[in-house]
Design a protein around this ligand. Sequence first.
Ligand code: CA
Length: 360
Amino acid sequence: MMRKVSRLLVCLLVAFSLVGTGFLVTPADAAPKYRWKLAMTWPTNFPIFGDAVVKMADMVKEMSGGEMEIRIDSKNKHKAPFGVLDMVKAGQYEMGHSASYYWKGKDINTMPFTTMPFGMIAPEQYAWFYYGGGMELMREVYDKHGVYSFPGGNTSNQMGGWFQKEIKSLADLKGLKMRIPGFAGEVLSKLGVVVTNIPAGELYTALDRGTIDALEWVGPSLDLNMGFHKIAPNYYTGWHEPATELQFLVNQKKFDALPKHLQAIVETAMKFAAYDMYARSYNDSAVNWAKIEKEFPHIKIRTFPKEVIAAMKKVNNELLEATAAKDATFKKIYDSQKDYMKKVRKWTEISDYTYLKDNL
Ligand code: CA
């Protein structure tokens, strides 16, 4: 009897030691070994942004053969759309999906990893992230927070926003209440705009009730579904977010604790979902742009007057220089982006720009 029991124990021990070595296949219906939770800034079923997160999680599950699963909590569940970084930092969530420039109040150096006014367009920015030193700088900034930050999907060039009244001169910006995040918010605030940041789910009500006079959100891909055109018919072209990259956040300790193959799977899924969101955003913007032209002729497409753009550019440069003078890390990121843009823009000019200019 004793011998039988000890033989069974030996068998069990051998079986357990084989799990994970590839010799024993986990049954398809077995519970996943790694269950992670992700907090996103966006509301439940939010198109494009939320879809990118679902795509990433589905890929992780498929590619790991069910070994790893990621549960997604929207802001309706966790109630803290702008608390995602803190929750991932604290390990309350293993992952997050948000935008790096939402953390400007916590760490100014997180801002340049989303987009910069008058900065790079999406292909240039992806080149900077992956081959121009951007990822290394982003890792350096987020290391301090114990977080691994990863590009989380690009919206492509964003529209300048919805305004109830036309902006005819710089004077029209004075006292204007506008929702606009990131460095662009700092720029407009210097020009007299009263700047706020409001989460996506509350934007329509804020504009409708007059809490704000103007807002920028994304572009046709998402703006039309939000219904802003019903309240504010002046739709301005962009200057402030030429390539908005969202952000995956991963708690560094939890990531380090994953076996190597799952780390590779999570990274691959994030990279795929991010690029997929860029393609989707471009498509949906084109589809909705056609809709604007056909179905909503009352929407007035406008470009800010030259005087306004020139003032924005001037203030933007002054602010960047001043911030760089105060903070060595910010200077390093700013210099990297500035130098890279100089180089990459020459190529953009002779390739895409020349082609489009001559063939539109
Ligand atoms: Ca935006």
